[in-house]
Design a protein around this ligand. Structure first.
Ligand code: CP3
Length: 358
């Protein structure tokens, strides 16, 4: 089946550090609970998993933010925890409490029983990707994604979100051999998972290392970055004659920009603690940068949103040989007023033109 020509390639071109007329923008968690139409579809589906596992529903909520805002990319509606769910850990989203696994990985026997899942268990994700590509009709590119091996391991061991990462770090310090085994399985699975998303039509892919920043220096490199690199090394980088850019995002990774820049990705996502100009000096325009507005800026009113957006764009500065994709430094808050998102997109598109030469 041949797909329609892409009408807006500003996002993909920025990731590849090619000249563009303005700074493209999309937002982490752009489909989600801050949109009333998302909540309506979620209620219709019944639960988060029923929403994510139904390609029609997943397609609908992926497209919802694009109907409201002039965003430059769509992101597949799914979750990073679909991978451990496919490994048999039993994912559930408890209302108001976030994700929970019925069978967390806590000891040697649990780790030894872990296996890379059959990709047919994740077919609903690949079906959603194909359907979204068709329905997008070339409007903007589609981003596929997965969690990093380390971030997924955090949930697999803790069994849910955590404040102190006590269980996963206990395993890492007591039995690094078990941790490495689990990360190896996660890396292999994640690579295969993303490659299937690319074959189904994802035009860029992003790895979320949301909890890499909780590790100490040297353990970050050993237990998180090394496995991120393994995933990146095995990815399909060209599909249908087009380069498929890879974005790696480590929340709290500001100390390790040079290390992360060496992992083979085309672009690096950074949180709001990083100054984009200094980041460029440190990594030398080797990769594009994605970020990095504090999502809480959205609660500051119109003037603050416009001012802070301009500050991020000015911090990056003249684009030249670099590439900048505007985003938040982490996911949008569910309490965000959708109107504030419209203001942000408008400011980024209009103000950024001064830093682009085409
Ligand atoms: O960005 C998008 O719009 C695409 C969809 C997407 C979701 N989760 C949907 C979702 C993406 C890219 C994710 C990634 C994800 N999921 C991450 C990495 C990014 C990050 O924020 O650090 C992580 C750590 C998860 C795990 C997860 N999923 C948690 C902790 C929670 C509960 C807390 C929360 O933020 O709501 C989820 C649930 C989830 N995933 C929701 C959405 C829209 C809300 C669920 C609901 O409808 O009740």
């Amino acid at each position: 089946m041949s797909l329609p020509q892409l009408k807006n390639d500003v996002f993909l071109r920025s990731l590849l550090r090619e000249p563009v007329p303005y700074t493209p923008i999309w937002l982490m968690r752009q489909a989600g609970r801050y949109l009333p139409e998302y909540n309506a579809t979620r209620a219709q589906a019944g639960s988060f998993m029923q929403l994510a596992q139904n390609p029609e529903f997943a397609c609908e909520v992926t497209l919802q933010p694009l109907r409201r805002f002039d965003l430059d990319a769509a992101i597949l509606f799914s979750d990073i925890l679909t991978v451990p769910h496919a490994m048999g850990l039993g994912l559930d989203f408890v209302a108001g409490e976030g994700p929970r696994f019925a069978r967390p990985v806590r000891n040697e026997a649990d780790v030894m029983a872990l296996q890379a899942p059959d990709m047919s268990k994740l077919q609903y994700v690949f079906d959603a990707v194909s359907l979204i590509r068709k329905e997008l009709d070339g409007k903007v590119p589609l981003i596929g994604f997965a969690g990093s091996p380390w971030t997924i391991a955090c949930y697999m061991v803790e069994g849910q979100g955590s404040d102190d990462y006590r269980l996963v770090k206990s395993m890492m310090y007591q039995r690094p051999d078990l941790m490495h085994r689990m990360l190896e399985i996660n890396a292999q699975t994640t690579c295969e998972y993303l490659n299937n998303q690319i074959r189904a039509g994802a035009q860029a892919v992003m790895l979320f290392d949301s909890w890499g920043g909780v590790l100490s220096d040297s353990l970050f490199q050993e237990f998180s970055l090394a496995y991120t690199r393994k995933v990146v090394d095995g990815l399909i980088r060209e599909h249908d004659g087009k380069r498929v850019p890879v974005i790696v995002f480590t929340k709290g990774g500001g100390m390790w920009l040079e290390d992360i820049a060496g992992c083979g990705a085309d672009a690096m996502g950074v949180d709001w603690t990083v100054n984009l100009s200094r980041a460029r000096t440190r990594i030398g325009d080797k990769l594009a940068l994605q970020g990095n507005l504090d999502p809480m800026t959205m609660f500051g009113g119109e003037e603050a949103i416009r001012r802070e957006a301009r500050r991020v764009i000015d911090d990056f500065g003249p684009v030249g040989q670099g590439g900048h994709v505007f985003n938040f430094g982490h996911g949008i808050s569910r309490f965000t007023d959708p109107e504030a998102v419209g203001i942000l997109v408008d400011e980024v598109h209009s103000y950024s033109r001064r830093h682009h030469s085409v």
